[in-house]
Write a protein that binds this ligand. Structure first.
Ligand SMILES: [Cu+2]
Length: 111
């Protein structure tokens, strides 16, 4: 490849919109518990603001999955900002979920 092509490629990658949370795409995928059995006996829908791309969504879901007592994180309803969380109320609260999402850099509220 000639220097002009190389420069064009570099320019292209610099010009590409860089999502500040893009590195979250490498985070481990959100799955059900290793046991496969959801233990949560309650569920809540969170509305998360500020998720601008797929890796934002992954980052938020990862933050929720890390909470002890959260058994599943699923899409909420037709609202793209909605995330449904199955959880054990004895171990985690919706407030703790909101805080985890805020800590990840997004704004959340219980729907
Ligand atoms: Cu993003």
């Amino acid at each position: 490849m000639n220097p002009t092509t190389l420069l064009a490629l570099i320019g292209l990658s610099l010009a590409a919109p860089a999502c500040q949370n893009a590195d979250a795409a490498t985070a481990k995928p959100v799955r059900d518990d290793a046991t496969g059995a959801p233990r949560g006996s309650a569920s809540v829908v969170l509305v998360v603001e500020g998720m601008s791309c797929a890796s934002c969504s992954i980052k938020v879901r990862s933050a929720l999955k890390k909470l002890d007592g959260v058994s599943a994180v699923r899409p909420g309803d037709d609202d793209k900002r909605a995330i449904a969380v199955d959880y054990d109320p004895a171990r985690v609260s919706p407030q703790a979920m909101v805080e985890a999402v805020e800590k990840a850099g997004y704004h959340a509220r219980v729907k």
